[in-house]
Design a protein around this ligand. Structure first.
Ligand code: TPP
Ligand code: DXP
Ligand code: MG
Length: 618
């Protein structure tokens, strides 16, 4: 089928090919990627952009002795394909299949597990300094994208690297894209480097003039040296990195295997830290992805000849974005913030409508929270829309900058609960636990679309931090006549006898379906929408325990510290004598796979909830 790819099983096989053959192999890998990812879904455009770069790295270095660390890791598919996982590639991101990110458990060539951004230089530096201490001999290579370089941690690591000056290589894969167009002053700086055509001409002229200087006199020579240093800041590509103590090489064409291999071979011999600036095209080789690298960053299954079809359904993300836009029209204090995910969080239209009140801060979730707190401290009403898993980066900022000062920042926490295919690094299953332990913040989760809208409206009326968490995907609308106008009060959705399920967020729908299953078996239970976790609706709970002796709590969060834990604490404090059973996620990292498969495996499907209730009451 494939002339070269069929014979590539280990990185050693790459080394047997010449440049011409490697170029043919690159084309074959692109075909393979498009065909395979069109069936499984996955991060297509980032991988199409790094085919030659990955081959060149494996050609020049000796993996796994030399350590390749992929930042975020969403662009490690080519690396996976040539390190023995080509035959399993059709299982990518499927339950029990290979992961969409590097996993040490999968291969000796995967050095470090990733999924979150901007960690590769810190990891690499740790590996390199451990190597030095243990007197080992290998190369450490961190491959970081221009988007990931907007994350503060990357700069903390460069700061450290330039100081300790150990042997380490940083490959900066610059495709001008984060998920959307990359933003920020560093991104502008890289753009200037890439496009500085005048640089070479001016540099040549300057060197020509200064070559006469020794004949003129020492003083002038010294002065000219200083001028040259100053000019360097403006003229020499990568001066920023050079000044940090890191040798800069580039920009290099990341699709030219000859050039890539030659440069990598040369820098391999150098002492000290080196940064190689490689310019690539995201989506290269597949027309649709080249034209819309943002839309092809991560894709669901699609037809290769037609490209992706965009979903027509309204997601929770779009619901939140639309509601925010509506509020912004009426209230000019409303500000929207994203950390490099404007479209994923439903803010694209807000960005178009109110560019002056929209901020993309780059992959900088910690900064986003403190920045929002600053805006709130000066009277504005910032909304930070962020995936639950990435908000973990802001734990201290939420406490120190939002909650202690009781500032009215609202966190719109998208992708809460199980997210599916991205797996353990991306599930948003800790937020209820860590947020509900913080004073001053209100923590909510809507059962459906209408309730999300209501919560966002409510957040604008209160003068304190608010966190609203909602799941990935289509926004459902549940039938309910909510007589309760107070969103902090719980809602009784169905009245039964003696047994009550208290559910939160996406689990309310599961609880209602479990109730139907039980009704068919002659068991009539109460279902409560526990939409506000903090403050906890004590009055509502008091009423429920008056008439129910068996309480079940259901949440798509870890059991430890979450919805059920908070209810247990309260029921203990009032001396509840009945039984309480908590249903939620266990104390382990949850693997990847379709959400419904995972719900079922971890007891959160309606069938499993009903089954658990039957077991407990028998
Ligand atoms: C902490 C964190 N925030 C956000 C994300 C979501 N995310 C994944 S890839 C990506 C863009 C990365 O851009 P870049 O590093 O340039 O890689 P490219 O896809 O362009 O190759 C973002 C924002 C993440 N993985 N981790
Ligand atoms: C690699 C990464 O972190 C993102 O690309 C993430 O996979 C996006 O997830 P969604 O598909 O839910 O937007
Ligand atoms: Mg990029």
């Amino acid at each position: 089928m494939y002339k070269y790819l069929d014979h590539i099983n280990t990185p050693q096989d790459i080394k047997k090919l010449n440049i011409q053959e490697l170029n043919v192999l690159s084309n074959e890998i692109r075909k393979f990627l498009v065909k395979s990812v069109s069936k499984t879904g996955g991060h297509l455009a980032p991988n199409l952009g790094v085919v030659e770069l990955t081959l060149a790295l494996h050609y020049v270095f000796q993996s796994p002795k030399d350590k390749l660390i992929w930042d975020v890791g969403h662009q490690s598919y080519v690396h996976k394909i040539i390190t023995g996982r080509k035959d399993k590639f059709h299982t990518l991101r499927q339950f029990n299949g290979i992961s969409g990110f590097p996993k040490k458990s999968e291969s000796i060539h995967d050095i470090f597990d990733t999924g979150h951004s901007s960690t590769s230089i810190s990891t690499g530096l740790g590996l390199a300094l451990a190597r030095d201490i243990k007197k080992e001999d290998n190369h450490v290579i961190s491959i970081i994208g221009d988007g990931a370089l907007t994350g503060g941690m990357a700069f903390e690591a460069l700061n450290h690297l330039g100081h300790v000056k150990t042997n380490m290589i940083v490959i900066l894969n610059d495709n001008e894209m984060s998920i959307s167009k990359n933003v920020g002053s560093i991104s502008n700086y890289l753009f200037d480097i890439r496009t500085n055509k005048a640089y070479k001409k001016i540099k040549d002229e300057f060197e020509h003039i200064t070559s006469y200087i020794p004949k003129i006199g020492k003083t002038f020579y010294r002065t000219a040296g200083k001028v040259k240093d100053t000019v360097k800041y403006f003229m020499i590509p990568g001066a920023l990195f050079e000044e940090m103590g890191i040798k800069y090489f580039g920009p290099i064409d990341g699709h030219n295997l000859d050039e890539l291999i030659n440069v990598l071979k040369s820098i391999k011999k150098l002492e000290g830290p080196v940064l190689v600036h490689v310019v690539t095209k995201k989506g290269k080789g597949y027309r649709f992805a080249e034209e819309h690298p943002d839309k092809y960053h991560g894709v669901s299954p699609f037809r290769v000849d037609k490209g992706i079809t965009e979903s027509q359904s309204i997601s929770y993300s779009n619901t939140a974005g639309n509601k925010l836009l509506e509020l912004a029209k009426k209230d000019d204090r409303v500000i929207a913030i994203t950390a490099a995910m404007p479209s994923g969080t439903g803010l694209s239209e807000f960005k178009e409508a109110y560019p002056e009140r929209f901020f993309d801060v780059g992959i900088a979730e910690g900064h986003a929270v403190t920045f929002a707190a600053g805006l709130a401290a000066n009277g504005l009403r910032p909304y930070f829309a962020v995936y639950s898993t990435f908000l973990q980066r802001s734990y201290d900022q939420i406490i120190h900058d939002m909650c202690i000062q009781n500032l009215p920042v609202t966190l719109l926490i998208d992708r809460a609960g199980l997210v599916g295919d991205d797996g353990e690094t991306h599930h948003g299953v800790f937020d209820l636990s860590y947020l509900s332990s913080m004073p001053n913040i209100k923590v909510m989760a809507p059962k459906d679309k209408k309730e999300l809208e209501k919560m966002i409206e409510y957040s604008l009326k209160v003068d304190s931090p608010v966190a609203i968490r909602y799941p990935r995907g289509e926004a459902i609308v549940l039938e309910s006549e909510d007589s309760n106008l107070d969103i902090e009060k719980w809602e009784i959705l169905s009245k039964g006898e003696n047994i009550a399920i208290l559910a939160i967020g996406a689990m309310v729908q599961k609880a209602l379906a479990a109730k139907e299953i039980l009704l068919n078996k002659g068991i009539n239970i109460t279902v409560v929408n526990g939409r506000c976790l903090k403050p906890l609706d004590h009055e509502g709970l008091d009423d429920i325990i008056k008439s129910h002796k068996c309480i079940f709590t259901v949440e798509d969060n870890v059991l430890s510290g979450g919805f059920g834990s908070q209810i247990n604490l309260y029921l203990n404090s009032v001396g509840f004598k009945g039984s309480i059973t908590n249903i939620g996620l266990p104390d382990k990292f949850i693997e990847h796979g379709k959400v419904d498969i995972l719900y079922d495996k971890y007891g959160l499907s309606s069938e499993k909830i009903a089954q658990k209730i039957i077991e407990e009451i028998q």
